[in-house]
Design a binder for this molecule. Structure first.
Ligand code: 3PY
Length: 253
C-alpha cells in the first residue's frame, strides 16, 4: 500500500492573519474528517512555516512543508533559505522544482539534484515536481521530457534515499490555467513514470513511490483522478487556500 498524500501549495498567498485562520481550520477539519491513512501537508511561504508548525501541534496526519530551499547550507546568499535552516524549525517536506520555479527562477535539473540532496541530508522529504509544457505535449514528447527531468533531477539518488521522495507530476499546461489533465491522461503518465522508476530501482521501489498529480486539482475532479491506480494523491494549488475544498479533496479516495 502506497502512502496517500494531499499536499497544498499555497504559493505566494496569504498574510499572517489569513494564514493562521486557514491553517487552524485545516488542522481541525483534518483531525475530524480526513481518513487516518491520508497525509495532509500544508506547503506555505517561509514566513508562515513556524506558526503553521505550532498550530499543527500533535495532529498525527497533518504536516508542514516549504516550497523551495537553496542549494548551499549557509553563507552570503542574501534572501535565500537553506535546507539546514528549514530542518532546524522541524519542517517535514520541501517542494522542489515546481514549474513556476523552473520557469521564473531558471531552476535547472542539475540545481534541483543538489537541492534534493540538501533536503534529504537534513532529514526532510522532497516533493519533487516535474512535467511537460503544452508544446511538448502537442509534439508528443512528454514522456521523454519527464524521463530527462527525473534522470537528471533525482535518479542519482541511492535506492534508500529515493524511497524518501514524493513525486508530483504537474503538466505545466494544467497549472493555473483551469485545465486539468483527464484522469486517463494522468494515469497514462503516472504508469509511465512508475515504469521508469522500476527500470532504474526495481519494481518494489516503484510500487512504493507515491506519485501525486498536480495542476488544477479540485474537489470536483479529485475523486476521478485519485481512483486511477497509479495516482496516489494531489499537489493542490488554488483549492488548498479554501479549507473546505482542501479537506474535501483529502476525502476523495
Ligand atoms: C496548481 O494546482 O496549479 C499547482 O501548481 C499545484 O502545485
Amino acid at each position: 500500500m502506497r502512502q496517500k498524500i494531499v499536499a497544498g501549495n499555497w504559493k505566494m498567498n496569504l498574510n499572517k492573519e489569513e494564514a493562521e485562520i486557514l491553517a487552524s481550520e485545516v488542522v481541525n477539519m483534518a483531525k475530524d474528517e480526513t481518513p487516518s491513512d491520508v497525509k495532509v501537508i500544508m506547503c506555505t511561504p517561509f514566513i508562515h512555516l513556524s506558526k503553521v508548525k505550532s498550530l499543527i501541534g500533535d495532529a498525527a496526519n497533518v504536516f508542514v512543508g516549504a516550497q523551495n530551499c537553496y542549494t548551499e547550507p549557509k553563507g552570503a546568499y542574501t534572501g535565500e533559505i537553506s535546507a539546514q535552516q528549514l530542518a532546524s524549525y522541524g519542517i517535514d517536506y520541501v517542494i522542489l522544482g515546481h514549474s513556476e520555479r523552473r520557469e521564473y527562477f531558471g531552476e535547472s535539473n542539475e540545481m534541483l539534484a543538489t537541492k534534493t540532496d540538501a533536503v534529504i541530508a537534513n532529514g526532510m522529504l522532497p516533493i519533487f515536481c516535474f512535467g511537460e509544457v503544452l508544446e511538448e505535449r502537442e509534439a508528443g514528447t512528454q514522456k521523454a521530457v519527464v524521463e530527462k527531468q527525473l534522470s537528471e533531477g533525482i535518479f542519482h539518488l541511492s535506492a534508500e534515499d529515493f524511497g524518501k521522495v514524493v513525486l508530483a507530476y504537474e503538466p505545466v499546461w494544467a497549472i493555473g490555467t483551469g485545465k486539468t489533465a483527464t484522469s486517463a491522461q494522468a494515469q497514462e503518465m503516472h504508469k509511465d513514470i512508475r515504469d521508469m522508476i522500476a527500470a532504474k530501482y526495481g519494481q518494489e521501489v516503484a510500487d512504493a513511490t507515491p506519485i501525486l498529480y498536480g495542476g488544477s486539482a479540485k474537489p470536483s475532479n479529485a475523486q476521478e483522478l485519485f481512483a486511477q491506480p497509479d495516482v496516489d494523491g494531489g499537489l493542490i494549488g488554488g483549492a488548498s487556500l479554501a479549507s473546505r475544498d482542501f479537506i474535501d479533496i483529502s476525502k476523495s479516495y
